[in-house]
Design a protein around this ligand. Structure first.
Ligand code: NI
Length: 186
């Protein structure tokens, strides 16, 4: 396996709608995912979308591992591979929280996301996956699925005054637990 280079904000691959995957079992799809997993873990991210490694296909991976769940509301999300995902809000309620992105290194921003969503797609074995998500789980999938439509989180921000360097975020958050979480979240 290999650690892949991550595309950064401004690269065209992050700005276009990614293509559907016709065959999840295709060798190029199967080969790609282990590299994506290794790259995401190496970068300490919670998710990674194929366009972030210069592959304009509708594929994302994400997880909230057990050893980090406390930072993100307590829910463990198993390592998930989702192909051609579709998402729908299940509530109009939005909540604002700090996000980061491996394609926007060094920055954090306040982004409003739906609190409750449903999503579905195909697993790496081509099997249907259908889930509901709340909290950080819902935030992560909304962030990752946006990558497939060429959208980065700053484009979702209501107030760019809340786009800050992660090294300065300590000035904005008083609660130490929340501060620890945002300093490590991607
Ligand atoms: Ni991202």
């Amino acid at each position: 396996m290999a650690i892949l280079k991550i595309a950064r904000m401004g690269h065209p691959v992050l700005r276009v709608r990614a293509e559907e995957i016709d065959d999840p079992m295709a060798p190029e799809v199967q080969r790609l995912v282990p590299h994506m997993l290794e790259t995401m873990v190496d970068a300490d991210g919670l998710g990674l979308a194929a366009p972030q490694i210069y592959v304009s296909k509708r594929l994302v991976i994400f997880s909230i591992p057990a050893d980090r769940a406390d930072e993100f509301g307590g829910e463990v999300v198993p390592m998930s591979v989702l192909i051609n995902p579709v998402i729908e809000p299940l509530s109009d309620e939005m909540v604002t929280g700090w996000e980061g992105c491996l394609s926007v290194p060094g920055l954090r921003g306040q982004v409003a996301r739906h609190t409750h969503v449903g999503y579905r797609g195909l697993s790496l074995k081509g099997k249907p996956i259908e889930r509901e998500a709340k909290g950080w789980h819902a935030r992560v999938v909304q962030h990752e699925f946006d990558h497939l439509d060429g959208i980065l989180y700053p484009q979702r921000m209501d107030n760019l005054g809340e786009l800050v360097f992660e090294s300065e975020i300590k000035h904005l958050i008083e609660d130490p637990e929340e501060r620890a979480a945002v300093e490590r979240a991607d």
